[in-house]
Design a binder for this molecule. Structure first.
Ligand SMILES: O=c1ccn([C@H]2C[C@H](O)[C@@H](COP(=O)(O)OP(=O)(O)OP(=O)(O)O)O2)c(=O)[nH]1
Length: 160
């Protein structure tokens, strides 16, 4: 069973009332990265390629604190700390307005026991402007059986 937005909000911080949806909690955009170097997925381990944070505004007449993204693929870091409670699995979906603007967020499985500020693949199929702190995605939680809890290399990532 999928949990209510109010339940999900207990595991996402910080959250405002505006972020709490009937079936989940909206996640905001914190930082956009561009990958510079190839990564590697091996049979035994992996390596994330070097990346650089994209500048927020390049021209003075543009809105401050806004990403002006040309067509391409970026890694987006969410603004919220997420904790996937035991007995659950998390899924992140793009906000539909992002999709309606020809952009997409590709995401993977959020494991029980994971805690951190995670990332998603932001695919920009048409140039778009996204303000830093704008809502771009929604996290939902479903009840799920599992034996172990998450203990991988991304545990506790991006928490200051
Ligand atoms: O779109 C997603 C999906 C998941 N995660 C977080 C939560 C998840 O629990 C963690 C690890 O994901 P996964 O298990 O897919 O990582 P991996 O590539 O298998 O690496 P590791 O074995 O080190 O965990 O990353 C994200 O940040 N973004």
């Amino acid at each position: 069973m999928f949990r209510s937005g109010a339940f999900v909000a207990e595991h996402v911080s910080p959250t405002t009332d505006e972020q709490v949806q009937p079936n989940g909690v909206d996640l905001t955009l914190d930082i956009v990265f561009e990958q510079l170097e190839p990564g590697r997925i091996g049979r035994d381990g992996k390596q994330i390629g070097d990346r650089v944070a994209r500048p927020l505004e390049e021209l003075e007449q543009k809105d401050p604190d806004t990403y002006y993204l040309p067509k391409g693929a970026y890694v987006a870091r969410y603004g919220e700390r997420i904790e996937i409670p035991e007995g659950h699995i998390g899924f992140v979906y793009p906000r539909s307005s992002l999709m309606r603007n020809s952009c997409m967020l590709n995401t993977a499985v959020w494991d029980a026991g994971y805690e951190g500020r995670g990332e998603g693949l932001l695919q920009v199929h048409h140039d778009v402007e996204i303000a830093r702190g704008a809502r771009i995605a929604q996290l939902v939680l479903a009840e799920a059986d599992h034996e172990d809890v998450y203990d991988g290399s991304y545990q506790g990532e991006n928490l200051e």
